[in-house]
Write a protein that binds this ligand. Sequence first.
Ligand SMILES: *Cc1c(COP(=O)(O)O)cnc(C)c1O
Length: 375
Amino acid sequence: MQSIDTAGAVLRIDLDALADNYRIIQRQVAPATVAGVVKADGYGLGGEHVAATLMDAGCRHFCVALLGEAVALKPALREGVALFVLNGLQPGAEADCAAIGAIPVLNSLDQIARWAALARTSGRRLPAALQVDSGMARLGLPPEEAAMLIAERERLDGIELKLIMSHLACADDPDAGFNAEQRAHFERFASHFPDVPRALDNSGGAFLARDHFDMVRAGIALYGGAPQRAPNPVRAVVALEARITQLRNIPAGAGVGYGLTHRCDRPTQIATIPVGYADGWPRHLGNVGSAFIEGIRVPIVGRVSMDSITLDVTDVPDIFLYPGAPVELIGPHQTIDDVAADAGTISYEILTQLGQRYHRDVRAAAVPHKRSITA
Ligand SMILES: *Cc1c(COP(=O)(O)O)cnc(C)c1O
């Protein structure tokens, strides 16, 4: 990992905020439980310390997308903690999945058949979740396969169903009528398995004003992203601070950066900072995005380069401008949702693209019952 002196920027990861966000979501969805979605290395923040923090906060269920992620994470999980593999069971992956005790989300009759076959040959019941496609057309049993399964329940012989689940297409939009349609579809399917716990909601779904079945699979809201297009109920988990590499003054009419896509309409002071698209700072933010110096907005001028960005700092008082001066890219003045909106994307992409060249400064979570009062 980069040291604080050799890196272009410091990425602060606040595990205390992560733990608080888990508790906020847990309160929101109670009596349902919250499963922590830690795919893509904990949305780019580091799956192992994310999982350790969530386990300390009481989380006993985790989800990853791929079996490879489950293999990597499983040793870090405590006894009795469940690990679901959302993308299901690739042909040939059955034995590896069973060997680590991960719970595959079975998404098709073919996956069910292969998992049941392994249960038969190994002479033991194997745990699984079952996903129905309630209208998103991505993963899960399509309607005709769901109907066949309900008619031919013996297809599940040898499989111990731990969860029935589906996934919402429009959970970030409380006004989307499709949320209710998907819920109805899901409930119809789940009613054929009355004893099995049910899970429909992701972060967005967790903040829809209704009940949340037995489990919620929360990702982005744990990591500080707004779960819906509404005021954000959770705390920021990441902050990103770069340091000025170089300053220069250029005359009106001068161009900046590759292609000279920005032309100065006044004498301009330019600050260069050592963060670029190779660090996951979106190239789409050229001539669009911003940074902040001492709370003052400084626009990105010119294109985002691989390793640097140029900022118009003309309006910033000189005392704040010197090589090494701090520049906020993500922080109190600019959230991950703000950056995403400017870049035409979503906070998920901003987080999962955060680069490996940052110095990562991880702040541990406070242990609630060990908090002491200091004079
Ligand atoms: C990624 C994912 C989640 C988490 O979604 P968020 O919107 O980040 O809370 C939940 N369920 C499934 C099936 C997913 O793929």
